[in-house]
Design a protein around this ligand. Structure first.
Ligand SMILES: C[S@@+](CC[C@H](N)C(=O)[O-])C[C@H]1O[C@@H](n2cnc3c(N)ncnc32)[C@H](O)[C@@H]1O
Length: 257
């Protein structure tokens, strides 16, 4: 199976909006990742499905070298321009362009739900050194209507588009079962950490435009939704979004079952 067609169309043209609007990750989660996988200035890390380099940016100063793999050329170009010390390669999770046992860790931010879980898990295990490990991260907004009074209206306006996009290839937690079934990794450890992103109104709109299911709408439909959200948040020139970063860590099994 190749890359999901909704990911191809949804991420091919949003690199600018992505860089502008998407959140980074909690410092505490990154510290826990580095610590939990014993990464040092000698370690090599693969940022898989790297987007415009959100995780590469946080890890490059803390480890020996970062290699990024990303299938969308516009995302790769952005990353190369802003992170010249990161090697950026074209590739997918199901066919990683690295040799066997090449890296100490593979990190995946906001993307594992797009992968064909079994094939990607096998590929990740293949490129990891014997004692290597994986880190999977997701950000979930923890905002409420009390903190963001326009949130219900925003959800009502966008929910039909999100529903119509359908489930992710490995969404709704089903990836955990398929991941465990490969027997290639020790049990996953889950860590949660909180952080906050503060955005200008136009950057907030860029974040919404960068969501794949928004990018996949026809131009008129997308613009109408963005115009409505613009009206909803008018008067809020600075928008703070609280997030929970979920970090899942696991070591590669040294003896395969
Ligand atoms: C939501 S973005 C995450 C980007 C970045 N890692 C971050 O932390 O924000 C998802 C990324 O996954 C990539 N992607 C989707 N399916 C993929 C696959 N099968 N293999 C590798 N990358 C994939 C997309 O091109 C996109 O850049």
């Amino acid at each position: 199976m190749g890359i999901d067609p909704r990911a191809v169309s949804g991420f091919s043209s949003v690199a600018h909006a992505y860089e502008r609007g998407r959140p980074s990750y909690s410092d505490a989660a990154i510290a826990r990742l580095v610590d939990g996988l014993d990464l040092t200035a000698d370690s090599s890390v693969l940022d898989l499905a790297a987007g415009t380099g959100q995780l590469s940016r946080l890890l490059r100063g803390r480890v020996g070298c970062v290699v990024a793999v990303e299938p969308m050329s516009a995302m790769r170009s952005r990353m190369r321009a802003s992170l010249p010390d990161v090697t950026v390669l074209d590739g997918t999770a199901e066919d990683i362009p690295l040799a066997d046992r090449e890296v100490d860790a593979v990190v995946v931010g906001e993307a594992f739900h797009w992968f064909e879980t079994t094939t990607a898990t096998q590929e990740i295990a293949r490129v990891l050194k014997r004692s290597g490990g994986i880190a999977l991260l997701w950000n979930t907004p923890t905002w409420t209507v009390e903190s963001h009074p326009w949130l219900d209206a925003l959800r009502r306006r966008l929910a039909p588009h999100k529903r119509a996009a359908g489930a992710y290839p490995a969404g709704e937690g089903s990836w955990q079962t398929a991941f465990a079934r490969t027997g290639l990794f020790e049990p996953l450890q889950h860590v949660e950490a909180l952080h906050e992103q503060t955005l200008g109104r136009n950057d907030f709109l860029a974040q919404i435009a960068s969501w794949s299911w928004m990018a996949n709408l026809g131009f008129d439909q997308r613009q109408a939704a963005l115009d409505d959200i613009d009206v909803l948040v008018r008067g809020h020139e600075s928008i703070a979004i609280p997030y929970r970063t979920d970090l899942h860590l696991a070591r590669r099994r040294t003896t395969q079952r």
